[in-house]
Design a binder for this molecule. Structure first.
Ligand code: NAP
Ligand code: GDD
Length: 339
């Protein structure tokens, strides 16, 4: 019988790539989606017609219990979150509820539905993956960051992720649940939300190239990130859940680039000189910045055999090409007021 996976955050970037990967491996895939008329659900269904949808919300404990009872999953991937860091200052409580407490609700749903009690064993249980984040490292105490690097989150989002991370560890230790966290560094794709910097830049360069815009406004160009391709990273999620022992893993490329280098690469891919078009805006700087993030993914390479395949330059070119094609068809994704 096919293994059954339940994915929260199915309408997001990672949900779509993970669903495709699991369907390709022969899984029966279910996505948890919220709202009574969520337009992102119909968009997702067009892309992933084989995914079955179950209603639920990380804010609603009963809905998660019902979803787990209905789907009877072998594996649960908790990707649902408020994931945009600037929003977490403006809606800190909501971020804590969805991104932090949502993890508790999902773990409780699994615990209650599978009848796990204290000191239980992880064999034959629902396996749980938590989408932890390099934002937990925040003001980094060492570079590169490993599974043992201390956390110093710099945003309400990072704090909420740290809660979810420790809680996942705690359910593993308290109840013997097979619960793991992937500490993923930034990963991007043509499906990335338009509010995140890589997509904002690829869309910006493509709009200027096509004469649809004359400038691109950005915040801090000096921040450095370890950027990889989302399609590579969802494979690591699956590998962690298959491993013999539940453990946490850092996932990234081990290479850092600045926002300035990202902009240079994207504008060059569109055949443009970025300095003629990019304007910096103090209003887009964050109250507390994460200056740099860089992964040490040695453990994942050694124990899971995982490594990234798409380079930074290939990723940027892929995103700019995709946005040039998209905008040429007349579609322009809204980047809202959060940009
Ligand atoms: P994303 O595109 O922003 O997707 C977030 C998903 O969460 C959406 O499907 C959204 O659904 C869902 N969601 C929001 N509020 C919800 C609620 N109350 N109940 C249920 N679902 C809710 O994020 P992503 O880039 O795919 O990232 C996936 C996960 O990995 C997130 O937890 C993120 O924090 C984490 N992460 C991402 C990265 C990265 O670089 N991408 C790195 C580290 C960790 P709606 O369509 O209904 O809004
Ligand atoms: N979004 C955005 N918009 N970021 C900008 C801009 C801008 O106009 N200008 C400069 N930046 C800088 C930000 O200050 C930050 O240092 C960097 O670009 C990356 O910003 P985002 O792309 O918004 O991502 P993030 O690093 O804050 O968070 C992402 O990665 C985390 C993992 O480290 C998100 O996907 C999180 O959900 C994820 O956990």
């Amino acid at each position: 019988m096919a293994r059954r996976a339940l994915i929260t955050g199915i309408t997001g970037q990672d949900g779509s790539y993970l669903a495709e990967h699991l369907l390709g491996l022969g899984y029966e895939v279910w996505g948890l989606a919220r709202g009574q008329a969520n337009p992102r659900v119909s968009r997702m269904r067009k892309l992933l017609s084989d995914v079955q949808v179950v209603r639920g919300d990380l804010l609603d404990q009963g809905s998660l219990i019902s979803a787990v009872e209905r789907v009877q999953p072998d594996e649960v991937y908790n990707l649902g979150a408020i994931s945009f860091v600037p929003m977490s200052w403006e809606q800190a409580e909501l971020t804590a509820e969805v991104t932090g407490m949502g993890v508790l609700r999902m773990l409780e749903a699994i615990r209650v539905c599978s009848g796990v009690s204290r000191g239980g064993s992880s064999s034959g249980q629902i396996r749980f993956y938590q989408a932890s984040s390099s934002e937990m490292f925040g003001q980094v105490s060492e570079t590169p960051q490993t599974e043992r690097t201390a956390f110093h989150p710099r945003s309400p989002y990072g704090v909420a992720k740290a809660y979810g991370h420790f809680l996942t560890q705690n359910y593993r230790e308290s109840y013997g649940m097979f619960a793991v966290s992937g500490i993923l560094f930034n990963h991007e794709s043509p499906r990335r939300g338009a509010e995140f910097v890589t997509r904002k830049v690829s869309l910006g360069a493509a709009r200027i190239k096509l004469g649809l815009a004359t400038e691109l406004r950005l915040g801090n160009l000096e921040a450095r990130r370890d950027w990889g391709f989302a399609g590579d990273y969802v494979k690591a999620m699956h590998l962690m859940v298959q491993s013999g022992r539940p453990e946490d893993y850092v996932i990234g490329t081990g290479r850092m680039k600045s926002v300035r280098e990202l902009v240079e690469a994207a504008f060059a891919a569109a055949g443009l000189d970025w300095e003629r078009y990019v304007v910096t805006d103090q209003a887009l700087h964050r109250p507390a910045e994460v200056d740099l993030l860089c992964a040490d993914p040695k453990k994942a390479r050694a124990q899971l055999g995982w490594e990234p395949h798409v380079s930074f330059d290939e990723l940027v070119a892929m995103m700019v090409d995709a946005d040039l094609r998209l905008l040429s068809t007349g579609h322009d994704p809204d980047d809202g007021s959060w940009s």
